[in-house]
Design a protein around this ligand. Sequence first.
Ligand SMILES: Cc1cc2nc3c(=O)[nH]c(=O)nc-3n(C[C@H](O)[C@H](O)[C@H](O)COP(=O)(O)O)c2cc1C
Length: 234
Amino acid sequence: MRKRLNFLILLLFVLCTLASCGSNARTDNELEKAESDRSISKEKEEIETISENSKSFDTDNPNVTDTSDLSEAKNENVLIIYYSFTGTTRKITQTIQEKTGADTLEIEPDFNYFINDVEDVVQEQLREGYLPKLLNTVPDLDSYDMIFVGSPVWWFTTPPPIKSFFSQYDLTDKNIVPFCTYKTHMGTFFEDFEAACPDANLLQSQDFSGYVLSDEEQTMEIIDQWLQNLGFEE
Ligand SMILES: Cc1cc2nc3c(=O)[nH]c(=O)nc-3n(C[C@H](O)[C@H](O)[C@H](O)COP(=O)(O)O)c2cc1C
């Protein structure tokens, strides 16, 4: 009788243990499922955040210059101010003008440069920081949304007539597009250009070396790509 009782107690114990294992196994499964659900919803959240961020990068990320309104502004609100001694920068200006419909203005310094000694004279002027006065008045700059400023490279830098323009006009927050023509070495032209108008909002610049300028087709392609980058349509 006692043996039978012992056997019954043992049987009861075994059954209880099995039942408890089963319930633990279920609990473990449930925990695993809950864990996996949590990680799926976390991944979803991350993907949603990334895609939200990409959307704002495309449309209204303030670090990306939005030029869409500038292309609408062409024909009316674009000005090209330039200086040209031997005509090369003028030729590039004319091409930009034809493609954009911009107004143009050639800077006229009150100092006459002559071909036979221009290099020595300019070197001296740059050393002394001489700035010629400008004979012409630039129209109301505030009426333009975008202003191209074109120039030859003189002694690896920005020529005095262009520096005169920067010193005489307030370009704070103006959208300025620099471009230059040169033979072989532009040196620090764009760095000096930027330093001379530190408060302007400089947009994509373009340089034209003698090598590029000798190939009209290549020059046209560069101008087209550049204008397209600036928001102009073909
Ligand atoms: C005074 C002077 C300095 C020049 N300095 C440079 C120079 O540093 N690097 C260069 O590649 N070309 C230089 N050039 C060549 C002109 O930058 C180049 O011919 C330019 O396209 C001329 O433009 P423009 O015809 O509009 O005046 C210089 C020309 C002159 C007259």
